[in-house]
Write a new protein. Structure first.
Lengths: 250, 246
């Protein structure tokens, strides 16, 4: 479980996060939604330690990640998997080497065992036989799945996904969403997804928070989204004409 | 103030680069790769430039000596001194800044803007050390070999052109390259090479590591890496010469 308590973050004069508190539960897909520029990615970067919050706490199983010593942070980070918006696969490495990388770095597995684990991960994301390809030789959807395989290779306790289906066609987006949801349940991990895709939210979201201009405006589950009378949430959810029509019909 | 900011950030990066690596085994493999990328792949251009520059230096010296008071062996002497003291350790490194330095900056810069460095950090890997340390060790190790090859080939280029054109006899040229030889000049050249290699690799890595934004920024980082590495090498060249030769 990850608890975020009263997080503030500014860049120069611009206050990007204002008093954000939120809990991310184990075995659930926790989703952070909001418009572009609302502070979702900055919040996630604070959660994984790429940005240092100005104040507040980020507790991993009760231990404050913000005030931790670097060595302790490293230990937590070894238990994190992250899927980046642009996949962030290492271009100079093959698919196999990408997935093996965290295993080589942080485990004492021999090459045979690492290869076995790599193949297991590739099988799990339905990409058997792609071991020797380079990221540039794969499609956007495949790259996301390879990045997921890399993220789960060390069996992490926490999985962060930054806009996991941006730039993907609707069918591939659903495949990625379902994969994230299934892995969360199977591995009983704490998953945090940042998105502005309402399909993803309604498809896999267990616990949802809306950020609006750096502040938390709403928190709840997907069933509550449809019943909510929160103006900012409704403006966000029903921004498209299609959603508006759906709401009017039902 | 900006220069202080960059100097401070540069030294902080260097501090991170030299912190304890996660796994030496992986670094060892990367060092071998970097020796190949930085050094072995530059052999062709080093050889070509050295032979032709040696030939040109010998020809220019020979054509400028039109008084019988200056002996013919001066051609060999000048070619040797030019190559050992300046061309191989300084000019060649400056030329390699354009190839190796820009390559380092664009490689690390691309990794930065495509979030590959963030991915390393999130995994708990010290990205500065993982990416830059093998380049420093590889470069500092291989550059003296490149420079030694350059010295030999440059002096050979001069000898070859003297024989081919007959401007100076082979015996005079060989006497010239042996005349008043001071082994410390070679040591001085290697000291300069090691310092310049370190400066070039770290400055280029710094510019790549702190790239932000888009591919356009990576291009800018690459240009900055070449410009600032070159300036630093020129300043260091003066300081080292003053310290070691005067």
């Amino acid at each position: 479980m990850i608890e975020i308590k009263n997080i503030y973050k500014s860049f120069g004069d611009k206050e990007v996060l204002k008093d954000i508190s939120f809990s991310c539960f184990q075995g659930k897909v926790n989703i952070i939604i909001g418009q572009s520029g609302s502070g979702k990615t900055v919040l996630t970067k604070c959660m994984v330690g790429l940005h240092k919050p100005d104040s507040g706490q980020i507790l991993y199983e009760g231990k404050d990640f913000v005030s931790m010593e670097l060595e302790d942070k490293k230990e937590i980070r070894k238990n994190l998997g992250m899927l980046f918006q642009a996949s962030a696969l290492f271009d100079s490495m093959t698919v196999e080497e990408n997935i093996m990388f965290p295993l080589t770095m942080f485990t004492d597995m021999d090459r045979k065992a690492m290869l076995r684990r790599t193949n297991e991960c590739l099988e799990r994301v339905n990409l058997e036989g792609t071991n020797k390809l380079y990221p540039a030789e794969t499609s956007g959807g495949m790259q996301k799945r390879i990045a997921i395989a890399r993220a789960i290779s060390v069996k992490p306790g926490y999985l962060f996904c930054d806009e996991p289906n941006s730039g993907l066609d609707p069918q591939t987006a659903i495949v990625i969403d379902n994969l994230i949801s299934e892995l969360t349940k199977e591995m009983n991990i704490t998953t945090v997804v940042i998105t502005h895709d309402m399909n993803s939210v309604m498809e896999i979201g267990d616990h949802i928070m809306l950020i609006y201009e750096g502040e938390k405006w709403w928190e709840g589950n997907k069933e509550a989204i449809l019943r909510s009378d929160n103006q900012e949430l409704n403006d966000f959810v029903y921004a498209s004409n299609f959603m508006k029509t759906l709401r009017e019909k039902f | 103030m900006k220069i202080l900011f960059h100097a401070g950030r540069y030294f902080m990066l260097i501090n991170r680069v030299f912190s304890r690596p996660e796994k030496w085994k992986i670094y060892w493999r990367s060092i071998i790769d970097e020796i190949d990328k930085i050094g072995v792949s530059s052999l062709g251009i080093v050889a070509l430039m050295s032979v032709f520059m040696g030939a040109v230096i010998a020809l220019q010296t020979a054509t400028n000596i039109d008084t019988p008071l200056i002996p013919d062996y001066t051609v060999g002497f000048t070619a040797r001194q030019s190559f050992i003291l300046e061309f191989a350790p300084t000019m060649l490194v400056l030329i390699l800044v354009g190839k190796v330095g820009s390559n380092i900056a664009s490689e690390i810069g691309t990794m930065k803007v495509t979030e590959q460095i963030d991915a390393l950090e999130i995994m708990g890997v010290n990205s500065a050390s993982y990416l830059i340390l093998p380049k420093i060790i590889g470069g500092v190790f291989i550059f003296p070999f490149l420079i030694a090859i350059s010295m030999v080939l440059g002096i050979f280029g001069g000898w070859f052109v003297c024989i081919a054109t007959g401007v100076v006899s082979s015996a005079d040229y060989i006497y010239g390259i042996q005349y008043d030889f001071r082994p410390f000049h070679v040591v001085y050249a290697f000291i300069k090479t090691i310092v310049f290699a370190f400066a070039m690799i770290t400055v280029s890595s710094y510019h790549g590591y702190y790239s932000k934004g888009s591919a356009l920024e990576v291009g800018k980082s690459s240009t900055d890496a070449v410009v600032y590495s070159s300036i630093l090498i020129l300043i260091l060249n003066y300081i080292l010469t003053q310290l070691l030769l005067i």
